[in-house]
Design a protein around this ligand. Structure first.
Ligand SMILES: *Cc1c(COP(=O)(O)O)cnc(C)c1O
Length: 385
């Protein structure tokens, strides 16, 4: 019997440990300023890194898409849900990342589940960085493969695990930019381990694509790596691209295998075509407007230099994800609340999302912020700590 009294008790216990999660209701679009309960806040916790989620051209493309295709896609891709917009977006994404094929998924979470479950079975092994995104860890569970986690960026540890593993098929899976720390995975070294041991390498570049690399092609571009080193590239569209959805890019045989086997692709409704139309426009902006990446880098540099003067303990990150490591969970929650009282939104990230004792304020920047916003943030931080 489901006992709600027991549920209530465990909720109370969670609250007492400062781990209770709750939502805030936005009254308008995502942006550098958002409105909650009638009050405007400076927003430093969204993943809309390039400021495209409410860009007028992206909004227009979405509306045109609705006029042409209606709202719902009505079916899965393999039934009658695969519209021209999806197909064109796949071709354009493949072109953007320089790979023969790309396949759209409804979310990044589902893309990761789909890849691991299509490529791996019980006899196989998957190796993951200890702080990989939850969706990659869940993907391992669903695939049934043996999951081995290596220390964060721990190449030697990974090497030992892979060497001692007899499984026929091996997959090394990593975030490109770590979502709660902002640092880059050591991709060249990971690629070398993969090559030495005949393992697949899969990079989930949810926070890199569009945002880092000279032309926005993400962490692979930053390191000068291609499909030979990283055969499986996952990108998400709800962060830097400002819309919704995700894709996997690689060789035709990989993509065709996913179409046949990835259950999170086959058994779900296709994205609304209008979302794909919005993303096609957003992809053009990502390529055309390199000033967004340049501005973002300037804001990050401004913040890091101001934070150093304040003596804040930041993670080693050159990306728009700048974690202020507080350590204690209760203290992180209190700081986040104090900042909110001062009109600044930064969420406290707590265990189990991050390891015990590393609770943090995850500060993120967007090309839609201004230098004055960063100055204001630094001033408020100086006051609350
Ligand atoms: C956000 C995120 C995902 C999930 O993508 P969604 O499209 O939001 O489901 C996957 N991997 C990483 C690293 C992420 O940060």
């Amino acid at each position: 019997m489901i006992d709600t009294v027991k549920l209530q008790q465990s909720l109370e216990a969670r609250r007492a440990r400062h781990l209770y999660r709750s939502r805030q209701v936005l009254e308008g679009p995502q942006g550098p300023r958002v409105v909650i309960d009638g009050r405007e806040y400076l927003n430093f916790c969204s993943n809309d890194y390039l400021g495209l989620a409410n860009h007028p051209e992206v909004v227009q493309a979405f509306k045109r898409g609705v006029d042409e295709f209606g709202v719902g896609s009505g079916a899965a891709h393999l039934v009658t849900g695969h519209a021209r917009s999806h197909h064109q977006l796949e071709e354009e994404l493949a072109g953007f990342v320089g790979r023969p094929r790309a396949l759209l998924f409804s979310t990044g979470y589902m893309a990761n589940l789909g890849v691991a479950s299509a490529l791996l079975g019980r006899k196989d092994a998957i190796f993951e960085d200890r702080i990989n995104h939850a969706s990659l860890l869940d993907a391992a569970q669903l695939s049934g493969a043996r999951l081995q986690r290596y220390r964060h960026a721990g190449i030697e540890h990974l090497q030992q695990l892979v060497e001692n593993n007899p499984s026929p098929d091996k997959l090394i899976a990593t975030d490109g930019v770590f979502s709660m720390d902002g640092d880059l995975a050591p991709l060249p070294a990971l690629a070398q381990v993969a090559r030495q041991h005949g393992a697949w390498l899969m990079v989930d570049d949810a926070h890199g694509l569009g945002v880092i690399g000279a032309t926005g092609r993400g962490s692979l571009e930053q390191f000068g790596l291609g499909m030979a080193e990283v055969p499986i590239l996952v990108g998400t569209l709800g962060k830097g691209f400002g819309t919704f959805g995700a894709f996997v890019a690689g060789e035709a045989a990989l993509i065709e295998t996913l179409i046949q086997e990835a259950r999170s692709y086959i058994y779900t409704t296709a994205l609304p075509p209008a979302v794909a139309e919005a993303t096609r426009t957003s992809l053009q902006l990502v390529q055309r407007e390199s000033w967004r990446r340049e501005k973002l880098q300037a804001l990050i540099a401004q913040f890091r230099s101001g934070a150093a003067q304040l003596g804040l303990q930041l993670g080693e990150s050159s990306t728009p994800i700048q974690p202020w490591i507080v350590g204690d969970t209760e203290q992180a929650v209190q700081l986040s609340e104090k900042l909110k009282q001062q009109g600044i939104l930064i969420s406290a990230i707590r265990p189990p999302t991050v390891p015990q004792g590393t609770a943090r304020l995850r500060i993120t920047f967007s090309a839609a912020h201004e230098a004055a916003d960063v100055d204001h943030l630094l001033g408020v931080i100086a006051g609350v700590r």
